[in-house]
Design a protein around this ligand. Structure first.
Ligand code: ZN
Length: 159
């Protein structure tokens, strides 16, 4: 096992959205609403409690600092500050039950491989994609909505 790291959106960026109610990257207004769907929150990587928790919708480019070709899309975070996902070497339990597409990107954000693993195959799928030649990072996307959920990189400590 090469090891991997799950990267939610940056905590500082989430906090900026909460304080300004704008997209930090684009300046577009953010939208606050009671969660009508499960999300998940891109900061803590937990599903929203529908009808009970407030969430913020904002425009996010997940390729910033990775590639000059952006791909802005809508993402949700908890409206109240929440702890960033803190077990990066484990695939988040609350994501496993969702319809997920793993997209493995190489140079120039070219998609080298794409998998739609079942819940019990996810970690194996991540490892396989990270060991595929040319792959630099993986995006976890929701298969139904197409939106970015989180990024996965190789665990540098384990090579
Ligand atoms: Zn959250």
């Amino acid at each position: 096992m090469a090891g991997f790291r799950i990267l939610p959106i940056a905590h500082a960026l989430s906090e900026e959205v909460r304080s300004t109610l704008k997209s930090p990257q684009y300046g577009h207004p953010a939208h606050v609403e009671t969660a009508a769907g499960y999300g998940p929150c891109r900061a803590c990587l937990k599903q929203f409690r529908t009808g009970q928790e407030d969430r913020i919708l904002f425009t996010y480019n997940p390729f910033e600092s990775l590639d000059s070709y952006p791909s802005p899309g809508p993402v949700f975070i908890h409206a109240k500050s929440c702890p960033s996902y803190s077990e990066p070497d484990r695939f988040p339990e609350e994501l496993k039950s969702l319809p997920l597409t793993l997209e493995a990107y190489g140079e120039n954000r070219w998609i080298i491989a794409r998998e739609r693993p079942s819940a019990d195959e996810i970690e194996n799928s991540v490892e396989r994609l990270l060991q595929t030649g040319g792959v630099r990072y993986i995006h976890i996307r929701n298969t139904e909505a197409g939106c970015l959920i989180a990024r996965i990189e190789r665990d540098q400590d384990n090579g």
